[in-house]
Design a protein around this ligand. Sequence first.
Ligand code: AMP
Length: 228
Amino acid sequence: MNIILLGPPGAGKGTQARHLEEKYGLVQLSTGDMLRASIKRAEPLGLEAKKIMDKGELVPDDLIVRMIESRIGRPDCEKGFILDGFPRTVIQAEALDKMLADKNQKLDMVVELKVNEDLLVERVSGRFTCSRCGEGYHDKFCATQVPGICDKCGGGEFTRRADDNAETMKARLGAYNSQTAPILPYYESKGILKSVDGMLSMPEVFHELEKVLGVAPSCGCSCGCSCE
Ligand code: AMP
């Protein structure tokens, strides 16, 4: 299954994609993570992108499309993938259709995570990630059980994204509304767009996602939500 998670910064795309990856073996493809890895390796591409990312603007389409094209061509994507943070413009969406058609593949579904804008700045401002295993946390909504220790792997080092601040967030939201939101009608016209309420708790959003993807457990679940 090949799916896209769409939504503004802070909607929970990365968190949900990681859980889908763990549970269903789909590969999470996050263009933001790829760019941050490139910055960490001090590659020319990453260093060029960093200036743009720090301003909350979008990296040029051709660069992003080349990056995702080489990643989608790798064998681990044959089982299916979850795109998180790509496409972000209609040009990228069209390029994705073409690259998948060239590989005799297609998109199965695009899921929009709908979140009220007021909540996004708060969500983004408090988030941090375990440097060792990548588990995501939040100062207010989802802190570690023992302060300073990752619940999942026991690691003691965490990172916060340079662009997760109120000022850059304004630009990122602006970019989402003007450049990324127009993708929604593009996929709606293809009949593959669904939406999920991203304001619910993390396990509830995951369960709603499983339902729209048609993979939800059929008899109850352990996530604490009100599933039928
Ligand atoms: P994200 O981790 O998805 O929030 O992305 C962080 C930043 O990386 C964005 O604000 C953009 O500057 C850049 N970026 C990530 N994905 C894309 C994309 N598909 N197109 C353009 N820029 C991107």
